[in-house]
Design a protein around this ligand. Structure first.
Ligand code: KG4
Ligand code: ZN
Length: 811
């Protein structure tokens, strides 16, 4: 094959530092006889590297567009993207990776990742540097990502294995103590802040000139094209490209300290089970970094099992759960080594165990039992009452383990594992009986996907259908749900997918912003894919998912919310819209909660009164016309959802509080305890919930001190009554004062059955038409964002590609 035929136009970006690095190049893999490329040849056509402090999300797309124009190219010519995976500024890395994922998905082309530290080393090499190079990249908070390289005529070679983060002073000491200290050539943006420190240690003598301290687009390209870069790259599926993590979030760090655990070599540790606070054996939810080790354990555990073992990609894709089938995966590890895992999938009220494996060296110590306990506990939290699994007939160890856990054989699948190898179907009620297990059982198989996707062939009538339906995709990532929906021109939902992170935050008693952002980056591609697939099915397309190029527009939540979470959705959406050449639509999350009512009452028309009660907001709004909002009153302190969460936390009921409290309240007496109703005077539409929260805390304290057990249902019902009475009275007052005859409600707390019933019955009796959104459209979801995006699409209200997330947006 001629090399030219393999030539691809690649756009490289890195926003991990204050440098917005961007270059466009021809990328030609050097293919020899064995057709695995060992390196690629890079021919840079244009570069637009420039300093860009905290404005990467604003400038990235326009910079790419300009660099392509410089090269005489357009977005349609791009055959692949390359992104710097850090380490660097957390937000900076996330903006680059999220945008790049959006670009690659929108164009259906490969995405490569490379280390930002390697890019720095290559930038130095390209400027003629040879010998020992020491990169000191700024990690903020007085820390540095240190990296040493040997630069010969071929290029830089790493003298370290994995990226790490170290106090700047410790790095300076470490380097000064080296035998080659005198010849070290320092570079990296950490020198801006810590130059004096390195100077003091006598290390700045051979420092590179300041303009080389940042990664360049050309450096990133060479890093990715080098033999080491290609070997480390892995999958080019945008779902698999993730930031280089070097440390835990503060919440995780604190938890680990509380549990007295020493530094773990596993940088992705996401939490530790409390009952196993020992230094060795630990259980935690699976993280993306586990996928490789899981695939390896799977391979050695099930050799000759008659079915394909799960691949790393297959495990990775389990981290992209969708609403229809939530997943729970747990791993066990010992001193950083993965020694077991188990996973299950929720189908209706049943959790299907998908796979269990334990390393041979650790069998018969109850690990499989513990793993299944975690998975089934998660499943119970998700509403499951039973569990099911398949196991190969004749696998006595597994069959007896499951029997001990309470599973009973209920059927047989003939030749399920190949000719003559039957599967026994087993069922158990939850919770599982949990004796010690003698061994670990058999897995089931899953398949990985190919990337890029095969472009589906469409018939003329399908093309016509798509053109008529004008599907708009919408993305929501403002808090702890990654959600994607597709809506058509008539307001019919074609897809509605949500991946919740609740499990990952629950152990911290609330949403941890850093974990939220990280999870969004990990799952966003999977959720978008699931939505496009669902949309394809809804439209009845014969082949493949709905493709990005077949969408009419791309909508995204711009704010309000957690800035690090919003940024992921916004950056992804911008990249996706740009690459697919579709208009971008920005949506206000609060307007989303309002428009969710249109899913129930499509002819809802202003003027009306709207109550917004969510985890972050409490508002009473006079909607005079669509887009014309008079906020009559807001909370002075806590939001209603926040109050539910805090009361639940005080009672040790976990997070989130709303669903638990409303379930308890079901059987309680709302008049059992008299809690205060704040700002209860007529015409006052403001809310205050901190007094109520204090009253509940006081009540718990008094009852406990008096030695009485708290009647949880009564407490929950009385608390709800205090909150909802006020909501009702103020809504009624606002309706009377404005003369509006129509009322609706939105936000997570609007999922509460008692609040819904109360408004429908009491206001209904007064001749008010009351709308409540479908229950699943109250807590954060993308369907509501899609409703707004659909309307804005019809009005032609598009956003430019330099918009940023706006965490403080209001109605
Ligand atoms: O709208 P949402 O999903 O997120 C924000 O935009 O804030 O609202 C989440 C809030 C949480 O505080 C949660 O406890 C509350 O909604 N919530 C409920 C119920 N379900 C969720 N509150 C009361 N009763 C419920 N059934
Ligand atoms: Zn919300």
């Amino acid at each position: 094959m001629k090399l030219d035929e393999l030539r691809t136009l690649v756009v490289a970006v890195d926003t991990s530092t204050d440098m917005l690095a961007c270059a466009v190049a021809w990328w030609t893999p050097e293919v020899f006889l064995d057709d695995t490329p060992s390196r690629a040849c890079v021919e840079v056509l244009s570069s637009r590297d420039h300093a860009c402090r905290r404005r990467a999300n604003v400038e990235l797309i326009e910079t790419i567009d300009a660099a392509l124009a410089d090269a005489g190219m357009t977005r349609g010519d791009v055959g692949g993207y390359l992104v710097g995976r850090g380490p660097g500024s957390f937000t900076g890395v996330r903006i680059g990776i999220s945008t790049a994922k959006g670009l690659a998905c929108g164009a259906n082309v490969p995405l490569m990742g490379a280390s930002t530290l390697d890019a720095c080393a290559w930038s130095a090499w390209q400027a003629g540097t040879r010998g020992r190079l020491a990169v000191a990249a700024d990690a903020m908070r007085g820390e540095i990502y240190p990296a040493l390289y040997d630069l010969d005529d071929e290029g830089p070679h790493r003298l370290f294995e994995r990226e790490r983060v170290v106090k700047a002073a410790a790095v300076a000491e470490e380097w000064a103590a080296r035998v080659d200290a005198a010849s070290l050539q320092l570079t990296g943006d950490g020198l801006v802040r810590h130059g004096a420190l390195f100077e003091h240690m006598g290390l700045m003598e051979h420092a590179l000139p300041r303009e080389l301290w940042w990664p360049s687009g050309a450096g990133l390209l060479s890093a990715a094209a080098s033999p080491e870069g290609l070997a480390a790259a892995g999958s080019t599926d945008p779902a698999a490209v993730l930031p280089v993590y070097t440390r835990l979030s503060d919440a995780e760090e604190n938890e680990r300290r509380r549990l007295g655990l020493s530094e773990s070599p596993n940088a992705m540790l996401t939490g530790v089970a409390e009952e196993l606070a020992g230094r060795h054996l630990q259980f935690r939810p699976m993280a993306s970094a586990d996928a490789e080790a899981m695939a390896e354990l799977e391979r050695v555990s099930f050799e000759g099992a008659g079915h394909a073992p799960w691949s790393a990609t297959a495990f990775l894709s389990e981290l992209d759960p969708d609403a229809a089938a939530a997943r729970s995966w747990w791993v066990a590890h010992d001193d950083g080594e993965l020694i077991g895992f188990a996973g299950g999938m929720v189908v209706d009220r049943d959790v299907e165990i998908l796979d269990v494996a334990v390393a041979a060296s650790h069998r018969r110590s109850g690990i499989a039992r513990k793993l299944l306990a975690h998975v089934s506990y998660d499943a119970q939290v998700l509403g499951c009452t039973t569990s099911s699994l398949e196991v190969e007939d004749g696998n006595e160890a597994a069959l007896s383990l499951y029997a001990e856990l309470g599973y009973e054989a209920v059927g047989r699948r003939r030749s399920y594992y190949g000719a003559g190898r039957d599967a026994i179907v087993m069922h158990a009620s939850l919770p599982l009986v949990l004796p010690l297990d003698p061994a670990s059982p058999e897995p089931t198989a899953a398949s990985a996907r190919d990337w890029p996707l095969t472009v589906p062939q469409r018939s003329a009538s399908e093309l016509d259908l798509i053109a008529r339906r004008q599907p708009v995709l919408a993305i929501e990532s403002s808090c702890d749900e990654t959600a994607v929906a597709v809506i058509d021109a008539e307001g019919n939902l074609l897809a509605n997918q949500v991946s919740t992170q609740i499990d990952f935050h629950a152990r911290f008693g609330g949403v941890v912003p850093e974990i939220a952002s990280r999870k969004h980056v990990e799952v966003i591609v999977g959720v978008v894919d699931a939505a496009l697939e669902e949309a394809g099915r809804s439209l009845g397309l014969g082949e493949g998912p709905l493709m990005p190029s077949e969408l009419a527009a791309v909508g995204v939540t711009q704010g309000p919310g957690l800035v690090g979470a919003l940024v992921v959705g916004v950056a992804f959406a911008k990249g996706f819209a740009y690459a697919a050449d579709k208009p971008l639509i920005c949506v206000n999350h609060l307007e989303g909660h309002l428009y969710a009512n249109k899913l129930t009452t499509p002819d809802l028309e202003p003027p009306f009164i709207f109550t917004l009660v969510s985890g972050g907001h409490t508002m009473l709004v006079h909607v005079r016309a669509w887009g014309d909002y008079e906020v009559l009153g807001e909370t002075l302190d806590d939001a209603v959802g926040e109050a539910f969460d805090k009361v639940a936390k005080a009672l040790g009921l976990g997070y989130p509080g709303g669903p638990v409290i409303s379930r308890l309240a079901e059987t309680g007496n709302p008049r059992a305890i008299e809690f205060p109703r704040a700002l209860n005077s007529r015409g006052d539409y403001r809310f205050s919930l901190s007094g109520l929260k204090t009253a509940v805390a006081l009540y718990i304290e008094q009852e406990t001190a008096a030695g009485r057990t708290i009647h949880l249902p009564d407490l929950a019902a009385s608390f709800e009554a205090a909150v909802f009475d006020v909501q009702y009275k103020k809504a009624k007052g606002a309706l009377r004062e404005t003369g509006a005859r129509e009322y609706c409600i939105g936000g997570g707390v609007a999922a509460n059955p008692h609040l819904r019933r109360m408004m429908i019955e009491k206001l209904g009796r007064q001749g008010i038409r009351v709308t409540v959104p479908p229950q699943h459209a109250c807590t954060d979801n993308a369907a509501m964002i899609a409703v707004v995006a659909g309307e804005k699409y019809r009005r032609g209200e598009f956003a430019s590609l330099d918009v940023d997330a706006d965490p403080n947006m209001t109605l």
